[in-house]
Design a protein around this ligand. Structure first.
Ligand code: UVW
Length: 347
């Protein structure tokens, strides 16, 4: 099916097939998994997730709410420490069973390719349409949210189906999201303060730290932001956070070109948004999230945010290494445009 006759400049739409939904994640090949596995020498494992109830509150993004756990219920009875003898007098079992309401991109997360699209003239008609990677369309492929009905909570849509039909996060779950991670440690060079990282800064660190990035690698960026989040222990100071940690300069075309040419499969950062957001916008209409635009929309290259990287980065530095096996499948949740993740590094 042809969804577009002209693709955005600098995009790879169609290169992985007309109906591709994985983008650069296609580069997580069997060979790439083996390259990751070859980095496992000690069998030591690092959890790269924050506790998912952090940062706490809604300081980073006022739309995203922290998780709310509750017991499942039947006939008004909560199933927490529920004695099953209530169902069968012969039972000695005690049952606890719960559910959660959670903004999928609240804490440690992956963006799906359906997270950020753009208004783009896909057919040369002169009328921009709302589209996503590989030309998948808002509406037919990524439906609008159904109307909310009076009295229903945030997730009430009168029972109507909701969710992306294409480019949803479960595509990455099925792929597995496993391969070789390569750590770039900005904290070691710039400390914990806010620093704008363009191509020049990134290239200088790759050179000085002897880091080689190859096609199919997942680039992992430590900025120290998640460490500050963790120190705040659920009582985040928004002003301090907005001045914490390095951020990529999505307005730096040299950096975007490097991302294209390097062949990396994903960028995983420990900060919020990976890039400086909102980006500078003078002149013509453009993206407020130019790195997201370049990666998610043009290249199908997923971004991950709010990973916890300090322990791994320090261990790698102490052992003069920067590569590891990375395993980071999102939830296999059909329709979702982002997902919590518990990434695991093995060295
Ligand atoms: C935004 O909504 C800014 O997206 P992200 O969490 O991917 O930065």
């Amino acid at each position: 099916m042809t969804r577009w006759t002209q693709r955005p400049e600098g995009s790879n739409w169609g290169d992985f097939g007309p109906d591709d939904q994985l983008g650069r994640v296609n580069l997580l090949t069997q060979e790439q998994v083996l390259k990751g596995v070859r980095e496992v020498r000690e069998g030591k494992v690092f959890c790269l997730s924050l506790p998912l109830d952090l940062p706490g509150g809604m300081v980073l993004n006022p739309r995203r709410k922290p998780p709310r756990l509750a017991a499942t219920e039947r006939d008004g009875v909560p199933y927490m420490n529920f004695p099953m003898e209530n169902l069968d007098a012969a039972s000695i079992d005690v049952l606890s069973d719960d559910q959660v309401t959670l903004s999928l991109q609240y804490s440690t997360q992956w963006d799906a390719l359906a997270h950020i699209g753009a208004q783009f003239d896909v057919d040369g008609s002169g009328t921009p349409r709302k589209v996503y990677y590989n030309g998948y369309q808002a509406g037919a492929d990524i439906p609008d949210a159904p109307e909310r009905h009076e009295g229903e909570g945030c997730c009430g849509h009168g029972g109507a189906a909701f969710g992306a039909k294409k480019l949803s996060i479960d595509n990455f779950a099925v792929k597995g999201m496993q391969g070789r991670g390569v750590m770039v440690d900005f904290v070691r060079h710039f400390g914990h303060g806010r620093t704008l990282i363009g191509y020049k800064e990134l290239a200088a660190i790759l050179e000085s730290d002897g880091i080689e990035v190859e096609k199919g690698d997942m680039l992992v960026l430590r900025t120290g932001f998640a460490e500050t989040v963790l120190e705040m222990a659920g009582k985040p100071d928004g002003d301090k956070l907005h001045e914490s940690g390095a951020v990529l300069d999505g307005a730096d075309t040299q950096l975007l070109n490097w991302i294209t040419e390097s062949g990396i499969a994903a960028i995983c950062a420990d900060n919020y948004a990976v890039e400086a957001y909102p980006a500078r916008t003078e002149g013509a209409k453009k993206s407020l999230l130019p790195l997201h635009h370049h990666c998610l929309f043009k290249l199908g290259l997923p971004l991950a945010e709010l990973w916890y990287l300090r322990d791994l980065a320090e261990w790698l530095h102490a052992h003069q290494r920067n590569r590891f096996l990375l395993t980071a499948p999102p939830l296999r949740l059909p329709g979702a445009v982002g997902s919590p993740v518990t990434p695991i590094a093995t060295v």
